[in-house]
Every structure is written in C-alpha cells, then in structure tokens.
Write a protein that binds this ligand. Structure first.
Ligand SMILES: [Mg+2]
Length: 277
C-alpha cells in the first residue's frame, strides 16, 4: 500500500503541511538541532520508512515512467518530471480519500494516474487499460526501491552504541516488511505498521506501540522522519523527541518551524546529534 510522499498517511488534522508543500525552496538557514540540557540518555531510535529509510519517490518515478511511456509518447524529460511530481506530490487529496476509506488502495493509484494523464490531455481508453497499467506499476515499483546511502552508517553506529532501533510507518506491516527486506534492511527487526494499532501517525498510539516493541521509554527514545507533522509533531504527542529529516533543506513557515525544533539534512548527522561520535 502506501507510498510516502503523496501517500503520507492519515487524513488527521495537520498542524504543519507535509514537507512536499515546500519542495524546491532551498534553505540558507536550516536550524540544526542539538541535545537539550537535561535530555535523557537515548536508548532507542524509531524511524519512519518512506523517504527516510528508503527512496520511495525515486522508485515511483522509475516505475511510473516505465509503465506510462506508451500512454504518452513524445513527452519531454521535463514533462516526465511533471508527470511524476503530480503523482507523488500533487495528489495528496486522492490518497486522503483512501485513508478515509472512500476508495481502495488500487483505486487511488489509478485516480492519481488519471490526474497525471489528464494534465497532458490523455486518459485511459478503458477500465481494462487502467487495470493493466495498475498491474504493471504494482509489478515494477517494488523492484526499484532502494535504501538511502546514509541508512547503513546510521544503523552501524546505533548497533555499535548498543542503541535499539526500529521503524514506525503509515503503511501496513507486511508491505513495509517486504520493502525493507528488498532494500537490504532486514536487520530492522521492529516494524510497526498502521495495522498494529489501527491508527496512523500522527496519532500517539502508533508511536507508543513502537516504544512497546522496542522496549524503551518515550523520554529515552527519539523518532526520525521526513514529515514534520506526522513524524515530529506526532512523536512529540507521544512524549518522544522528534527529529525532522529535511533531505531537501526545505524551509518551514515560522509558526510551523516553532513546532519542529530539531532537524538534520542527512541521517549521517544523527549519531552526532545523539552524542555517539
Ligand atoms: Mg516518510
């Protein structure tokens, strides 16, 4: 099911818009977090999966182009980028309909594809063609999923320091398990999906389940993720120190930035932030 970016998870009230909203704005003033005075020793690290551990958007781009090429012959490189961005960042409203159970997971994917096609004046010729496209996409996309380069060094550092780690994701467990395994991240043993507790981030219950499975307390655990609202503010609602992974060096509006006090641009900064190196 869910693919991050435009499939960010629950349709819960958003205090801060998803980071994708600010895509492309480079930040000359990225605020680097630091260990607050009195912060408990960190014994556990929980991580988001999509766009934090694995480059899902990259996988989606490659799969979208592979399976959509015949529908839009002659599209330029720039137009393909637009096609992919509409699918991955310009269709949150459609994914929200899936989260609200108005459409199935498969249907939301087709609806998003239809929006991309419509942007270029195209459409599926029939339901059968849409179903064929969907099947091709579902087959192709998992094969393109890769872990980001900064993941293995982080996990190595955590293991060396004896810090437990796991994942809490706005997607179902089995789908994410297969994704992590495919991406070479089988060593992430703790994995909490939305089917574990029946709620998604930013609901504190899913973070608490992560703590339970990790065996650490909220005050000695940090959560790292790419979505300020779901991952940072959500973690904070469970008493967990949330760190924003801001890979694109996006700038948040001041009122939102107040709620996201710590950020890094790469996971390589996390061991330093935790005082491990
Ligand atoms: Mg994510």
């Amino acid at each position: 099911m869910a693919e991050a970016v435009a499939e960010p998870g629950a349709a819960a009230p958003m205090v801060v818009p998803a980071e994708a909203t600010y895509d492309g704005e480079s930040s000359p003033a990225v605020v680097r977090g630091g260990m607050g005075v009195g912060t408990a020793r960190v014994r556990g690290v929980l991580l988001d999966i999509d766009e934090t551990l694995v480059d899902l958007e990259g996988a989606m781009d490659l799969a979208l182009r592979e399976v959509s090429a015949a529908l839009l012959p002659g599209l330029s490189e720039a137009e393909w980028v637009t096609f992919c961005r509409i699918f991955t960042r310009g269709s949150d409203d459609i994914y929200d309909r899936y989260m609200a159970r108005e459409v199935t997971f498969a249907q939301q994917r087709v609806l998003r594809a239809e929006r991309c096609l419509a942007h270029f004046g195209a459409a599926f010729e029939s339901g059968a063609q849409a179903a064929q496209w969907l099947e091709a996409y579902e087959t192709a996309q998992p094969g393109y999923v890769r872990a980001f380069d900064d993941v293995a060094p982080l996990l190595d550092a955590l293991e060396a320091a004896g810090i437990a780690y796991g994942a809490v994701s706005n997607n179902v467990h089995d789908y994410q398990r297969a994704k992590l395994d495919h991406a070479g991240l089988a060593r992430i043993g703790v994995l909490v999906g939305i089917d574990a507790v029946g709620v998604a981030k930013p609901d504190p219950a899913i973070f608490r389940e992560g703590l339970r499975q990790l065996g650490t307390l909220a005050e000695e655990t940090v959560y790292v993720g790419d979505n300020p609202a779901h991952d940072v503010i959500g973690a904070a609602s469970a008493g967990i120190r949330g760190i924003w992974l801001n890979r694109r060096a996006t700038v948040l509006p001041p009122d939102a930035a107040r709620l996201v006090p710590e950020q890094v641009v790469t996971l390589r900064e996390i061991p330093v932030l935790l005082g491990l190196s």
